[in-house]
Structure formats: structure tokens, C-alpha cells
Design a binder for this molecule. Sequence first.
Ligand SMILES: [Mn+2]
Length: 482
Amino acid sequence: MQILVRKLLQRIQFNHAIGRCAYSTKKVFAVGQPTPASHPQLLKEGEITPGITCDEYISRRKRLLELLPEKSLAVIAAAPVKMMTDVVPYPFRQDADYLYITGCQQPGGVAVLGHECGLCMFMPEASPHDVIWQGQIAGVDAALDAFKAEKAFPMSKLHTILSDMIRGSSKLFHNVKTAIPTYTDLEAFQKSAYNGKVKDLSIYSHELRWTKSPAELKLMRESASIACQALLQTMLHSKIFPYEGMLSAKVEYECKMRGAQRMAFNPVVGGGPNGSVIHYSRNDQKIKDGNLVLMDVGCELHGYLSDLTRTWPPCGGFSSAQEELYNLILETNKECVKLCRPGTSIRKIHNYSVEMLQRGLKEIGILKDVRSSYHQLNPTSIGHYLGMDVHDCSMVSIDRPLMPGVVITIEPGVYIPPLFDGPERYQGIGIRIEDEVLITETGYEVLTGSMPKEVKHIESLLNNFCNGIGMEGHNIMTAGSS
Ligand SMILES: [Mn+2]
């Protein structure tokens, strides 16, 4: 079937290409992504990606150049397309550094930044066949006009032009995560590497991305708000549909209906003992009556991520053992959030959380030998930086004093294995309560504060709403299964 269609399309592509040139009276170039002209509902005039202006992209490049040593060059390739089978790609996600510097959302390009050349973009060249199968893509014209590169060339010229640029530079910083043979195989690159002149760019790019601009914070707030609204809808849904898979589908639907492009990661939906598996992802079990469900979710809004976790009993009431543990995690969450301010560090907050949890777990009677078994019950860090990547800016140490504009997560938890040597009523309970916290001049702002986490609020929400009303799809699904 697909082969027949391909032949048919190849036959018409020649005429198609001629036709395009014949009626074009003004210079129209493909950008391959939304622009203010093509998607006025998404972008304002002057923006390259939704919420981020051309001026902001230019200032990012200027700041990166200020960090780069004299006569050095930064080389950043776009993310590769990963294939599910030979003809089916996984959904494409742009590399955060490439997106941060260029605003370009398509694969196949290499961006070079230098003190003399400014931004020089090598762009993929689409054949008429590619255009028919994949649509228009951004080429050299788009690099100059839409992304405001100082210079742009087709990829076929990279071999000679980049080689010359490398030979004229003293040091080379490149995006190690997306490095491709197209440039690493160049003789000039190999020679620089041999001479120890090639380094990882992320020490500089992560530095820049660590503190967020007002425009970035607006997107972070929106992304967090979407995730909160989606998770609240999912929490209500869980009482009638206590299935991990349905809750995963529900939260993704609710995020995308609110404008998110994709999830930040595969939702973690762990019912009962599955909640004690930290990155549980099978999401294929029914949640037993009386068990808790742990949901760790986040979405991506125009390149900016959210990440939050709540744990609740879909049946509507915590058991006393669940509530006891839940309140310890909740108090730890709240105390750690209060510590957030400029000058402290993730490490300091983490150490505080470990002390508080160890003390609490001992009081409850779960921990006998504090030192040996605590890490069995919680091997995770209290949090991480958040931004364009889930574990954002991993090159910035967790000992770095926090600054206004940095976003971190606060996510204390306890993960008791089903066979843990301790009181039976706590076995197989997994609880995590995760919030996103923005460091401000005077302290903090909780970006996920609209999502309830108090026991009485959760129980009230689950027990005092009218089943079925305002829950789109519920009646249809009930009718379908009866
Ligand atoms: Mn997290």
C-alpha cells in the first residue's frame, strides 16, 4: 500500500515543484515550524518560538559568547531523529541547547557560534521527495530570515567551511550529547581533539540556562499550571477509573487539551506497591481498593517542562498507616520548601530532608538501624533543577548556592518494598509529594501550589463531587463497557 502511494507521489512531484515556482510572486521561504504569520494563535510578532522573542535569542547568543574564551568556537548539532522501526520515527524532540541558542525546532542542522562569525547555521537540504513525505523544512533562507543567523550554508558545505573555522580557532566546545560524525569525522576536528582542544559546551550552556528570564518563567508557570490542572482532573477521575493505564491516558489528554505539546516524561502511575518503584512505568495494573496511587507527571510547553507528584487513595480515604507516613512526607515537603531561598543549595536542603525523614521513620517504628536501612527506603535526592530538561543543567553542582530565577523540585518520598523487614501495615507503601519551587529575591514561589496536597483537601475533593458530572467521556465509557 505504502509503496503504491510512494510511486504515485513521485510521479506528481515534478509537476508539483514546477507549479510552486510558477505562481510564487514574492519570496516565500519555509520555516518548518510555527511563526507569527502562520500561527498567530501561538506566537506574537517578534517571537521566534512561542513566548521567546528574537531579541532574547540574540541576547542568549551574546551571553554565551561572553563566556566562551577568545578565538574559541561552539558547535551544537540538533537532536537526532530516533527510529522506532526502519520507516517510523519516534516523536522528535529538539535538543535543549540547540533550541536555546537557535529557536529552531527541526532535526538535521548544525549551529556554530564564534566571536568573529556570530551565529552560523548549517541547514539540511530537502529534496522534492522529502518535501512530499515530510513537508517543508527550514533551509538557509529560514536560518537568515527567521532565526536571524549571521551566516547560513547548506549542510553540503559544512565539510569545507567548518573545517576552515576549526583551523582558525584555539578551542572547540561542542554539544557532546548530539555529536554527529558529520563534524566529528572532519580531519580538523580530529586534529583539535588529538591536541586536547575539544571540550564539552555544557559547562557554559548549562550555566546560562540555569537562571530563567522573565519570559522563560512565564512559560514555566504556565507549564506547571497545566500539569496541576491535568493532575487534579486525573485525581477526580481515579475514583471511578482506578486503573494505572487510564490515569496515565487521562493526564496526558488533559495536558495536551491545555496546550502542552507532549509529556515531559512517561507518567509514573504506581498503584499500591508499584508506588514504591521510583521510576515505575508499566502503568498496567488495576489499583486495589484501599491502596494509594502515586502519580509523577509533567508536560512540555514550548520547550519548558513541569514536574510534580501527588499520592492519594482513589477510594477516597487514607488508612491510618498511610496517613501517618503521608503526613511525615508532607511535613518534610513543606519544611524543605520553606528552606528555599537565594544562598542555600539543593545539597543543604537534601541533608535537612534526610535528617527529618530518618527521625520521623524511626518514631513511626519503621527504621530500626537508621544508617543501614534508610537508603533502602529512600535512595533519591530531595530534588533537581528544572527547565528545558527534566534534570536540567546537570553540569551545575547541587552545592551551588541557589539564585533568583532558578527552578528546583522538592520531592521527598518513602518507598517501602512489599517484603520490607518491618511492621506489616507499612509494607508496599510508596509516597512522594513533589513540588516545583522558583527561587525569588526574597525566598520562593511554589509553581505547583494550586495542586492540593493536604489529607483533608484530597479526601474532600474525592468524596464531595458528583460522580459523572463535568467528567467528559465518563458516560460514553460507561455505556461502552456495559
Ligand atoms: Mn522530579
